[in-house]
Design a protein around this ligand. Structure first.
Ligand SMILES: NC(=O)c1ccc[n+]([C@@H]2O[C@H](COP(=O)([O-])OP(=O)(O)OC[C@H]3O[C@@H](n4cnc5c(N)ncnc54)[C@H](O)[C@@H]3O)[C@@H](O)[C@H]2O)c1
Length: 315
């Protein structure tokens, strides 16, 4: 698959992007990372990849493309917080829309074959009437983040039509797993684990009955890999099609970590979707992809990772 090909990974120091980098190196690709480390971490950067510490919003991005001559681009870099997008929609749009446009321009000029884009399923369809939510559900994003991710997907479609820059857009559910930042505002699984390991009561917003579609990062990486040669010009959901409530996550993690206390409760957050899971028929048909990691295994792996990366003294 790799045969001397080069892959540029934006956001390769972040949660999902860093796993993608590792996997691409394993497959034999030459890998180039572009990341401004705004939420990513230097410790996630694989030393076998070339690393450009810069923002995708900078004009110098074109120089990187001209120098590195990537065949493929995996686009993970984003302002990825829904809450922050609501507080600062201009910044969100500068990174997620204008940054993606700058990337598309550089890709077009450098003759990139294909861009594989990380979109959102969870923030795209609002509170869907049907769950699992079909791939062809009309997008009605309710946050600036959902809007900017969707607008960027539209630009991908335009660049394919106009300039034949190929793409696949993968619309993820709630991704979880090792390296997710437990100090952020999103990523309920990492946040709960971190709190439990420190002996603190995790905070549940609302009644905890809100349901999500949690997909393991390893499965998301495999979907990206499958999209290299398949799914051209298509957008598709990448998740498990299963509903899991926040209360259930709390209970499962209690069992794994041995945590003995109840959660604390806070008012529901405005704009949070109450119930969503994603139908993944298009990914199955187009990519031959389906999720393989059970929630129990994925949670156990995530707990192990956070345990091993949190110094015992600080727990
Ligand atoms: N984690 C999820 O549940 C989830 C769900 C749906 C979609 N996504 C999408 O997947 C992608 C990766 O998300 P993640 O959870 O790994 O987030 P993350 O914050 O861990 O990773 C994003 C990476 O992009 C980098 N970055 C941000 N702005 C940049 C800029 N202007 N220039 C260069 N680099 C920049 C960050 O430093 C970070 O390393 C994002 O596009 C996000 O919208 C994530």
């Amino acid at each position: 698959m790799a045969e001397g090909r080069a892959a540029l990974v934006t956001g390769g120091a972040g949660f999902i992007g860093s796993h993608m980098v590792d996997r691409l190196l394993e497959e034999g690709f030459r890998v180039v990372i572009v990341d401004d480390l705004s939420s990513g971490k230097l410790k996630n950067v694989n030393h076998h990849a070339a690393f450009h510490h810069m923002s995708i919003t900078q004009p110098a991005l074109l120089d990187v493309f001209n120098r590195e001559k990537p065949d493929l681009v995996f686009h993970f870099a984003a302002q990825s917080s829904v809450a922050r997008s609501t507080r600062d929609p201009i910044l969100d749009s500068e990174i997620n829309v204008l940054g993606t446009l700058r990337l598309l321009e550089a890709a077009r000029r450098a003759g990139v074959e294909k861009i594989i884009y990380s979109c959102t399923g969870g923030a795209l369809y609002g509170d869907p009437r049907t769950v699992p939510c079909p791939d062809d559900t009309p997008p009605v994003p309710v946050s600036p983040y959902g809007m900017s991710k969707f607008v960027a997907e539209q630009y991908l479609e335009f660049y394919r039509r106009q300039y034949r820059v190929n793409f696949t857009s993968l619309r993820y559910g709630n991704v979880y797993g090792p390296r997710q930042d437990p100090t952020g505002e999103a990523g309920v699984i990492a946040i709960f684990i971190e709190a439990m390991l420190r002996g603190q009561r995790p905070q549940i917003f609302g009644d905890g009955g809100q349901e999500r579609d949690f997909v393991a990062v390893a499965d998301v990486v495999e979907a990206n890999l499958a999209a290299i040669d398949r799914g051209d010009g298509k957008a598709m959901n990448i998740a498990t099609s299963e509903l899991t409530s926040v209360n259930r996550i709390f209970e499962l993690l209690k069992e794994i970590t041995g945590f003995r206390w109840d959660a604390s409760h806070a008012p529901a957050r405005a704009g949070d979707v109450y119930r969503i899971s994603l139908d993944c028929s298009v990914a199955a048909a187009e990519l031959g992809w389906k999720p393989r990691t059970s929630l129990a295994d994925g949670l156990a792996q995530t707990v192990e990772h956070i345990k091993s990366s949190t110094p015992a003294g600080s727990r």
